[in-house]
Design a protein around this ligand. Structure first.
Ligand code: PRP
Ligand code: MN
Ligand code: MG
Length: 182
């Protein structure tokens, strides 16, 4: 078992994550029976989750990636959402599932949902691995959620602090001294 010195606590082990991703995949498979899916992963944070989730969804799917950023190298959101890379496929009459690693203030997804809705999909749902409802600033609710978590700065499994820690197989709480520099 690996230890990471910057983590104060491990919130979710690789096994916790794998089990829940399997459950989410099974739930999504049931809900989309007889349909085809378009899965849209939101870079960069959603990459590990999306990669694992698509292999647990047993209906035919296509996936694409979108890059949106609002956080920069800070632990707090600026609220300004920017599309850095758009998807390449059209969404008209498609069943679309947006995959995120975390919903925090909700600003990223609020923007994305209205942007994608304008492309006239047959349906549009949200799947997030983590939900931090205590931080919500806009009204947005995931259709599929892995874990509700308390208000701590978490990293790992795609989640970063200043681009670091995304590669960790677990999700942990970052020691405050890492971002306060003390
Ligand atoms: C993070 C995270 C979500 C978003 C959630 O992305 O991956 O996409 O913030 O925050 P919100 O609900 O307050 O909008 P970030 O902008 O840090 O980009 P990244 O995925 O490249 O790390
Ligand atoms: Mn993100
Ligand atoms: Mg980030």
């Amino acid at each position: 078992r690996i230890t990471v010195k910057e983590l104060a606590e491990i919130l979710l082990t690789p096994e916790d994550i794998a089990r829940r991703v399997q459950e989410l995949g099974a739930e999504i498979t049931r809900d989309y029976q007889g349909k085809e899916l378009v899965v849209i992963g939101i870079l960069k944070g959603a990459l590990p989750f999306m990669a694992d989730l698509i292999r647990q969804i047993k209906v035919p799917l296509r996936y694409d990636l979108m890059a949106v950023s609002s956080y920069g190298d800070s632990t707090r959101t600026s609220g300004a959402v920017q599309i850095l890379k758009d998807i390449e496929m059209g969404l008209e009459d498609q069943h679309v599932l947006v995959v995120e690693d975390i919903i925090d203030t909700g600003l990223t997804l609020k923007y994305l949902v209205s942007n994608l809705q304008a492309r006239c999909p047959a349906s549009l749902k949200i799947c997030t691995l983590l939900d931090k409802p205590s931080r919500r600033e806009v009204d947005i609710h995931p259709d599929y959620n892995g874990f509700v978590i308390p208000d701590h700065f978490v990293v790992g499994y795609g989640l970063d602090y200043a681009e670091r820690f995304r590669e960790l197989p677990m999700i942990g709480i970052l020691k405050p001294e890492v971002y306060t520099g003390k």
